[in-house]
Design a protein around this ligand. Structure first.
Ligand SMILES: *C/C=C(C)/C=C/C=C(C)/C=C/C1=C(C)CCCC1(C)C
Length: 253
């Protein structure tokens, strides 16, 4: 793939709402990255790293969205027309780039929890435990979506258990204890990030159920996996970063 073909999406249909969310998602991630990187230097040293990580999360996503929107644009269209064949559209879904993006950005979100809790004495072991669970969550999700689709429900269940372990740690476990010890704006930000994980991350299993075979097909089958994932990413990556941004702002006065 050379650079010009990489940026040249041949044609986009006006009713291609999947392609639309790839383009808007890409632009939003780029804008958010510029925002985080450019604002970085106005913060105290101890917040700079957190803002830098927020920018890295959206930047990594921006690059993957650039690829994903191109992958969709060049596979969902046949002779310049948006295909209506469900098998063609399924093949045009950029699952590989999606999971490469997640395996890089979700652990970075775990790092963010650690960074804001460091003031309360958070240990690296907390960070590594969260990263381990997030990797289990994503690898099993990939197996269900790509390698062993007939058992997608089972892989989704294992993935869901790892997700639950993360949610438990931050809502009720050791991370919660540290946040309470820190109090003030750290506790406030921790709570906000916890809500992202509890409510914002639930968007992903919904997308997964919309796009894999299983008993749940009748419930979520009408949704498009990529549209759901794209909305989830915008909320979780940009929103998450903005919470860190406002925490840093409050503490750099
Ligand atoms: C920026 C990307 C983020 C925050 C991605 C988060 C992804 C998840 C929370 C995915 C979770 C899944 C389950 C809980 C079960 C089904 C399989 C997954 C991987 C979609």
């Amino acid at each position: 793939m050379n650079f010009t073909s990489f940026l040249a999406v041949s044609k986009m249909a006006p009713d291609d709402y999947v392609g639309f969310t790839f383009f808007v998602g890409c632009m939003a991630m780029m804008a958010a990255s510029a925002f985080f990187f450019l604002s970085m230097n106005s913060f105290d040293k101890k917040w700079k790293t957190s803002i830098l990580v927020s920018g890295l999360i959206t930047f990594i996503a921006a690059v993957h969205y650039l690829y994903m929107r191109d992958y969709w644009g060049s596979n969902a269209y046949i002779d310049g027309l948006l295909s209506s064949d469900p098998d063609v559209l399924k093949e045009a879904s950029p699952t590989f780039f999606r999971y490469v993006d997640w395996i890089l950005t979700v652990p970075l979100m775990c790092v963010e929890f650690y960074l804001i809790l460091k003031v309360a004495g958070a240990k690296k072991s907390l960070m590594w435990r969260m990263i381990l669970f997030s990797v289990i969550m994503l690898v099993t999700g990939y197996v269900g979506e790509v390698i062993d689709r007939p058992n997608a429900w089972l892989w989704g269940l294992i993935s869901g258990a790892a997700y639950f372990a993360i949610a438990y740690d931050i809502w009720l476990g050791s991370a919660k204890k540290l946040a309470v010890e820190a109090g003030g704006s750290v506790l406030k930000a921790h709570k906000a990030l916890c809500w992202f994980v509890l409510v914002g991350w639930v968007i992903y299993p919904i997308g997964y159920m919309a796009g894999t075979p299983g008993w749940y097909e009748g419930i979520f089958g009408g949704l498009n996996l990529d549209v759901v994932y794209n909305i989830g990413d915008a909320i979780n990556k940009i929103g998450f970063g903005l919470v860190i941004y406002s925490l840093a702002t409050e503490n750099s006065k």
